[in-house]
Design a protein around this ligand. Structure first.
Ligand code: C5P
Length: 403
């Protein structure tokens, strides 16, 4: 469930070409369960109509401080009092400057100035040309706005409407949504570093063939995202998967189990939590061929020998920091049957305090799952839900164990 369910968001639009993304953002906020009240500056109306924003938010849009629909004729007060947050996207260079100076010559800036500081947080998503963004005046304004307690989101990078390329684009709607969801998430893992492995590994047989499995990486990516939203510094070591990196997560892509072990060993030193969701291939071909193994027409099949891969989780779980209790290790077990018995045995074999069991064939590639958390005291089920929801519950469980 999104942290935006039941939240009332005042979505402000100032003048910028990125206003077209605000329509998508409005839709996404509503879809996530928020109610959205749109407020637009006069400049914003040059880029996006109030009609579009009303249709998408399901509420009349406010554009003027002289709006007589409000009985007391004080929309700047009324609109800001019941908001869980004000989000200005796009926030133009001019609008940032107005916020900084406490200008109040139109409804949006007036409402931001009039908001109760202790109750209504203000987030802004800047959007402007790269020269405007890098100008010392803008950078000074951004630094001061942050010091004033305003949450200035990052800017995107890339092609700009003006034809130039650089920093200053407004983030995409789904990125802003993720930042806002994250903003409302309890920071259960603040100050902690979490390392997650995810996805399958791929073990080469020859340059064109290999040994892999059906793991999609979705559970591990959901866990990385949930840990990040809970305030942790998150590193993700991913096998070959086709998934976008969760916002704010640093990612290293690997292919084989041995590469995954190397990447984990490079990063685990600074982590307090290691969550091993990757479906690491148990074996690899003993001798991967340098050239493609050819079918010669004789009917003979190649003789493939196998060697066991390193057990990444067991290696980490037996490292001095894990043994000393400085690193909390969590393993996963994908089983086809007898989940509790296999997960209990695996927890002991791997030497981890917490082992998370799931039914592999039922979950690989799916967006939902059910988990069984097995520790020294027994088992607890996290019933069927989306992988993202389960990830949030698992992170909350781990945070509680860390104290
Ligand atoms: O032994 P099995 O593969 O069933 O164990 C599953 C758990 O161990 C998962 O947490 C998986 O990420 C981890 N694992 C590992 N390295 C291996 C095999 C499994 O880290 N070579």
């Amino acid at each position: 469930m999104s942290t935006l369910v039941g939240k009332h968001i005042v979505l402000g639009l100032s003048g910028g070409i990125a206003a077209f993304k605000s329509a998508e953002l409005c839709r996404a906020l509503v879809k996530a369960g928020a109610t959205v009240q749109v407020v637009m500056t006069e400049a914003a109306e040059h880029f996006m109509t109030a009609v579009t924003m009303q249709a998408l938010s399901g509420r009349p849009v406010f554009t003027s401080q002289w709006d007589s629909r409000e009985a007391n004729n004080m929309p700047h007060i009324n609109l800001s009092r019941d908001a869980d947050a004000i989000l200005v996207a796009p926030a133009s260079a001019d609008f940032l400057s107005k916020l900084l100076h406490g200008s109040a010559d139109e409804l949006l800036s007036l409402m931001c100035l009039a908001r109760p500081l202790d109750k209504v947080p203000l987030l802004v998503a800047p959007a402007m040309n790269r020269e405007m963004w890098s100008n010392p005046a803008t950078q000074r304004n951004v630094a001061q706005l942050r010091a004033d307690g305003i949450y200035v989101l990052d800017v995107g990078q890339g092609d700009q409407a003006c034809g130039e390329t650089g920093d200053g684009r407004m983030l995409e709607a789904e990125e802003i949504l993720e930042d806002l969801e994250s903003f409302f998430s309890p920071k259960l893992l603040a100050g902690k570093a979490v390392l997650v492995t995810a996805g399958p590994t791929y073990e080469s047989i020859d340059p064109v063939r290999g040994l892999t499995n059906l793991s999609s990486g979705k559970m591990g990516f959901a866990i990385a995202r949930a840990a990040r939203m809970a305030g942790a510094e998150v590193s993700l070591v991913a096998g070959p998967v086709h998934l976008a990196t969760p916002r704010g997560v640093s990612r290293v892509d690997v292919r084989s189990a041995r590469q995954m072990l190397d990447a984990v060993q490079q990063q685990v030193g600074s982590a307090q939590v290691f969550i091993s969701t990757a479906a690491v291939a148990d074996w690899r071909p003993a001798n991967a061929a340098d050239q493609k193994i050819k079918k010669d027409g004789s009917g003979q099949t190649p003789q493939l020998g196998f060697v066991e891969n390193p057990d990444i989780l067991a290696t980490v779980a037996h490292s001095p920091r894990a043994v000393a209790g400085e690193l909390f290790c969590v393993g996963f077990a994908a089983e086809s049957h007898d989940l509790l018995a296999h997960a209990t045995a695996k927890r002991q074999r791997k030497g981890v305090p917490l082992l998370v069991g799931n039914i592999g064939p039922a979950t690989f590639g799916q967006d939902d799952n059910a988990l069984l958390l097995v520790d020294e005291n027994g088992a607890r089920e996290l019933p069927h839900a989306s992988k993202q929801e389960l990830a949030v519950q698992l992170i909350a469980d781990i945070a509680q164990r860390l104290g």
